[in-house]
Design a protein around this ligand. Sequence first.
Ligand code: SF4
Length: 540
Amino acid sequence: MLAPVRMTRALLVYPEFSPYGFWNYRDVCNLVGAKYPAAPLGLITVAALLPQTWEIRLVDMNTGPLRDADIDWADLVFVGGMLPQQVHFLKLIDRVHARGKRVVAGGPDPSSQPDVYSKADYLVLGEAEDTIIPFLADYEKGIPAGIYHPGPKRPDVDQSPVPRYDLLKFSDYLMIGVQFSRGCPFNCEFCDIIELYGRIPRTKTPEQIVTELDTLYRLGYRGHVDFVDDNFIGHKPRAKAILGVVREWSEKHNFPFYFSTEASINLADGDELLDLMQAADLRYVFVGIESPDEEILKSMQKRQNTNRKLQDDLQRIYDRGIVVNAGFIVGFDNETRPVARSIVETVHEGKICMAMIGLLYALPNTQLTRRLKTEGRLFADRSLIAEGSMGAIDQTTTGLNFVTKRPRGEIIEDLIHVLRKVYHPRSYFDRCLRMGKVLKRKGKYRPTLRKRLTSFKAFLILVGRLGLRPSTGFLFWRNLLALAVRRPGAVEEMTNMMAMYIHFRKQTEYVIELLSGPEPGMDVALLEEIQEVAMDTATG
Ligand code: SF4
């Protein structure tokens, strides 16, 4: 770190996500008094990389407003974000400029498409460990603007500082993130993670993870910790080692935390990894299933999902008490109509309660985008994708920003069909019950008395929101009674999943309206017209 860098008041701002995004389950957060699911880990990592003599404040616009006075206080405003935050991010740059302050922009979306953020004064691209130092050097010299590109070698995360968890108000969030690794060894064609972070997983050391857990514990945090890695098991031997360390740490501290993460489906290959996850009290895993069709999986280069018995894999994960949430995508090139029925069957048979189902989106700077561009099929007009066609950018509402192989309207009809089936109350509550019946949870987490009281209060609110409603009341009580008799240890988890229905009911309605309504939803006729023109242009 450079020293000295002139004293600065730095305001870190995290822009809003779409109000009905798949991951924006505020209604469920509200049940336990929280405001948003996850804390802005990237920004608090940046905060730890800034000179610690600076005054630093954080405003997460997902949990509270940004006041003009906050901007006026600051010398520099740092904004970080992802693609779903782009619209708000850009508005925020204008707002900060209107108050005469300079903006430092960074994070995954500015790194993927810096030209979109050209209005920012400083663009700190790639991983902050790499580019924050040249930015600080210029800032120290009084240089008023600059673009800082990452070097050829990705930074070692074993040098990353402990994020500034002290800047967070823990009660605003349902979970707090810890990052163990960056990068993924696989090669899915649509994925931007491997472009941003590479295919060689880089991991933190056991000592770093212990220090981060210690820090959270010392600051008084208890409850859900999410390993935010895009693929926690990208380097399996190190993932196993870290799980052992986490279990030891938890035992020593009487299990104040439980964990979740995201991983590829090969986590179900062999017992050792799953056993270690269970021993560490890892309770949720998000898995990208994408498609039930082997040929489609091969064409998207997701070979790790092929040649396996998916339902057996899922059962092996449930056997360790781990709930599986999964992602599915429609809109791949060689898809045919039956794909909709197969997705519904896979979700149902797999007892997957939380299924994120969306349209294929050619993200900036991916193999898919490069291929579609070569084939002359990529839409050039990004604003059409961002606002005109879909209203808001989100994994479940944005996509098909290219000339599709089968009719666009048919793909959208299929998505709507899948959403209606999967999030029909009977289908959803049936899955919750069936998942509860097979989930062999041996939870070790010891909630505090305060947490227990909060959970009890949340249950009472849930009774009003689901148990006394005509559409869900019968299913809610049927599930509770059935599981209380058959598998009482799984009642709490099933109740958590049922609570998520408060969000999914609204989110599904929103997505379907957006996709099928004339305004402001996708204008299918217009897009088909664009598709035809694009095709004509492509074929010369
Ligand atoms: S497994 Fe996940 S993180 Fe890895 S390349 Fe595929 S989509 Fe990306």
